[in-house]
Design a protein around this ligand. Structure first.
Ligand code: SF4
Length: 221
């Protein structure tokens, strides 16, 4: 089966299983900061850290003027506080310089690829982060590839399991049905957290078992 058909089938099956997800877009700069916080932690700790950060620094200006240890303390629940606090401050400094204020709205005029190139030129901002900002900050039709999406893409045989998440992003991007990319990302996340988990996936009750390369190879081995 061609990758287009495989992905289209997966979109449909996951929509049957989980419905079509909806979400409320965030301000793109908020989304960028949240995504920096989300690296190597779970959603609960990320959200707690973000809440604490905004309570401690109700404006981005206050955060930029604060010293690093107080930013680090605010985001402690997300882990890697030293690295993430520096990255957030550097990012805000760059945003102010580049766009004359605490806003990413000028990016709205740019193509997806131009935004990806611009953001990923910054240290510590990868393609996944740029795609999250595009999808959930700017409402673009793009599917970020995080660890769940990458794992599922390998198991379902869309890509070679040994490739990188960034390569998976580029490989699957042209094959996702138009208008479905962001909602597909959310359904893949749900699928990856509840059924196709990293360890002990629930293959017995999996609606995608028929299409799964991983389980076929396992049965042969
Ligand atoms: S059969 Fe198992 S490994 Fe394959 S997609 Fe389903 S849960 Fe994941």
């Amino acid at each position: 089966m061609k990758i287009d058909r495989k992905i289209r089938r997966t979109v449909e099956i996951l929509e049957e299983e989980f419905g079509v997800p909806t979400w409320r877009s965030k301000d793109p700069l908020d989304e960028l900061v949240v995504t920096i916080l989300s690296q190597n932690t779970n959603d609960r700790n990320r959200d707690l850290a973000y809440r604490r950060l905004r309570e401690a620094f109700p404006t981005w200006r206050k955060l930029l003027d604060a010293d690093l240890p107080s930013v680090e303390e605010a985001i402690r629940p997300a882990g890697l506080g030293g690295q993430k606090s520096g990255r957030i401050k550097e990012t805000l400094e760059w945003v102010v310089k580049e766009f004359n204020g605490f806003t990413l709205s000028p990016l709205d005029k740019m193509s997806d690829d131009a935004v990806i190139d611009l953001l990923t030129a910054r240290k510590g901002i990868g393609v996944k982060t740029a795609a999250v900002v595009l999808a959930f900050g700017f409402g673009r039709d793009i599917c970020p590839v995080d660890t769940h999406v990458h794992r599922i893409a390998g198991r379902l045989g869309w890509v070679n399991g040994k490739t990188t998440a960034e390569a998976t992003f580029h490989a699957i991007r042209p094959h996702i049905p138009t208008g479905k990319a962001a909602s597909f990302h959310l359904n893949l996340l749900k699928f990856g957290r509840t059924i196709c988990t990293a360890r002990n996936p629930g293959c017995g009750g999996c609606p995608l078992q028929r299409d799964c390369t991983w389980i076929k190879n396992k049965s042969v081995a």
